[in-house]
Structures are given as structure tokens and as C-alpha cells.
Design a protein around this ligand. Structure first.
Ligand code: SF4
Length: 184
């Protein structure tokens, strides 16, 4: 979650459920760990082969947690993967409290090898930040002062209903896994 305290963060995006390789999962992965790891309860022991798992594609949100736990689960897909762009996060300091980064570009498709659209977008954000922010003002502080609507206009980023999660539903989205519930 470190990205949420970043002035600008680029986060990889998966848009397809992982693929399970039974022969690897059976040998090297823990089925209970995998089942427990999924924040949306999409993983369960495989019918007819409880040493492997199956994924409910309707429930999967492509977060990649299971992939990071088990090399028999593969989520990378060069056709559908990409990145999202987040802006305005910071940890607290002596002047002001913390700010969550907000989603400003939900998805950009891969542009190997130079990612020219991503680089152009970040450069534009940095230019308008440099031209408009006050001395010592962090990215998020500057945007909160001028308003997100103005930021999108200045940065020439198209706004969509998917942008700027205000975290109203974070209790639902962050606290569904058993690991979070246990610490409540
Ligand atoms: S990618 Fe995330 S949501 Fe999908 S099965 Fe794996 S842990 Fe669950």
C-alpha cells in the first residue's frame, strides 16, 4: 500500500483472472494459504483434486495476491495487462496529515519499450505542478487547494467516473479478508 503515500505512483494492472497450473500448485503451494489469501473468497480447493485450487472468475478482482504466494498461479497477460496512474499521496509531516493518492488514469495499455503516453502524462503533471504549486507544497496539498477538477483540466487528463476513489467503501474493500477481520 506504499503507493498510496506517493506523490505519483504507477501501478501494474491485471484485467484477467490468474491461470492455475495444477502440476506446480500440487508440488510447491499451500492450498489453505491460497484460500485464505484471496480478499474476495474466489479461491477454493479444486473439485476432484484438493491438492490444487480453482478460481471463481466472477469473484476475482485480479489483485494478484495469490500469484505472489504461489508460482503455480500465473496472472501476467501481455494482451490485457497495463498500468494505472495515481497522484497526490503523502505520509503525514509536521505541517499536515496524510493524504491517500487518488486514481487519475484507471488504465493505460502497455507501450513497450518506452511507454510514451505514460511518460507524456507524468511529464505534463510535473510541469503544471512546478508552474502552479507553492514552495514546499506537496502534490496532494497543491491539488486539494486548487480542486481536483482544475487539476484534471491543467494536466489534460480525461476524467471518468472511475477516477478519484474517495475511500467511502474502503471498509468493504479493504476488510473482507480473514487476515483483516482477525485484527479488528
Ligand atoms: S487475483 Fe486476487 S481476487 Fe483473484 S483469485 Fe487471486 S487473490 Fe483472489
Amino acid at each position: 500500500m506504499r503507493c498510496h503515500a506517493s506523490d505519483i505512483a504507477v501501478i501494474g494492472v491485471h484485467r484477467r483472472p490468474p491461470v492455475v497450473d495444477d502440476s506446480v500448485v500440487e508440488k510447491v503451494c499451500s492450498v489453505p494459504e491460497l484460500v485464505k489469501s484471496c480478499p474476495t473468497y474466489a479461491i477454493k480447493p479444486k473439485r476432484g483434486n484438493p491438492r490444487s485450487v480453482e478460481i471463481d472468475e466472477e469473484k476475482c478482482v485480479y489483485c494478484g495476491i495469490c500469484y505472489s504466494l504461489c508460482e503455480g498461479i500465473r496472472i501476467h497477460n501481455p494482451e490485457s495487462d497495463g498500468v494505472s496512474l495515481w497522484v497526490g499521496g503523502k505520509a503525514s509531516n509536521t505541517r499536515a496529515g496524510p493524504l491517500f493518492a487518488r486514481l487519475v488514469v484507471p488504465y493505460m495499455k502497455p507501450e513497450q519499450p518506452h511507454w510514451s503516453t505514460l511518460v507524456k502524462t507524468i511529464r505534463r503533471i510535473l510541469e503544471v505542478y512546478r508552474e502552479n504549486a507553492r514552495r514546499g507544497e506537496r502534490m496532494g496539498e497543491w491539488i486539494e487547494r486548487i480542486g481536483w477538477e482544475r487539476f484534471f483540466r491543467l494536466a489534460e487528463i480525461e476524467f471518468s467516473e472511475k477516477c478519484i476513489d474517495d475511500w467511502i467503501f474502503s471498509v468493504e474493500t479493504f476488510r473482507r479478508g480473514t487476515n483483516f477481520k482477525m485484527s479488528e
